[in-house]
Design a protein around this ligand. Structure first.
Ligand code: HEC
Length: 173
């Protein structure tokens, strides 16, 4: 009687440990510790979920994203239509924004990627990007450096997106 009781206890621990390890594997698959974007990460973004289309001035915007130009339309694409999960976006989330106008005097591609792994803990671990129209990461003509980083443009991106910190720095959703 006593022996079988101990056996059952041991068995339950084994089953629990097994279930726990499965759970961990699944989590690891869905949310890697760190996601480092490459050119390929943004490929085909125009066919992603178009979750916001804005036009005209927005007080939150000032002159950024050409928002002070009423001819400009601002489209925001979320890869896999990703939404907030318990208040933050999972590692690997990619959002691309395209601002342009019919005359094409404005044609700007920006992006933010949830990089994770304490990349920029004070700013939600987002990495900021300027892209070319095909989604490849833009290169600064003067410095020859890829236009990406936690503090891209001297912290201008994160500085303003701070205004959406309650939604993990994302304005559009
Ligand atoms: C002065 C404020 C301001 C600055 C500076 C700014 N943004 Fe934004 N950004 C916004 C607002 C407001 C939106 C919401 C969409 C809209 O209406 O244009 C937005 C939207 C975005 C989006 C779509 C996701 C979202 O938050 O809605 C991306 C991606 C983005 N910005 C990237 C950047 C990058 C990269 C930089 C720096 C190069 C930058 N932003 C600088 C205000 C700003």
């Amino acid at each position: 009687m006593k022996k079988s009781f101990i056996f059952i206890i041991l068995l339950s621990f084994t089953v629990l440990a097994f279930l726990q390890s499965c759970k961990k594997d699944n989590n690891d698959q869905q949310t890697p510790a760190e996601y480092i974007a490459t050119d390929a990460s943004f490929a085909g973004f125009m066919s992603w979920s178009l979750d916001a289309t804005n036009q005209g001035a927005d007080p939150a915007l000032g002159g950024a994203h050409a928002g002070n130009d009423s001819t400009v339309t601002r489209k925001v694409y979320f890869k896999n239509g990703q939404s907030l999960v318990n208040g933050s976006y999972p590692v690997g989330t990619i959002i691309v924004k395209h601002s342009d106008n019919p005359a094409q005097s404005v044609n700007e591609f920006t992006a933010m990627v949830k990089r994770g792994n304490n990349f920029n803990a004070a700013g939600g671990d987002w990495e900021w990007f300027m892209l070319n129209s095909d989604g490849s990461i833009a290169v600064d003509a003067t410095s020859g450096m890829a236009m990406r980083g936690a503090n891209l443009m001297n912290g201008m991106c994160i500085g303003c997106h701070q205004g959406a910190s309650s939604k993990d720095y994302v304005y559009s959703k």
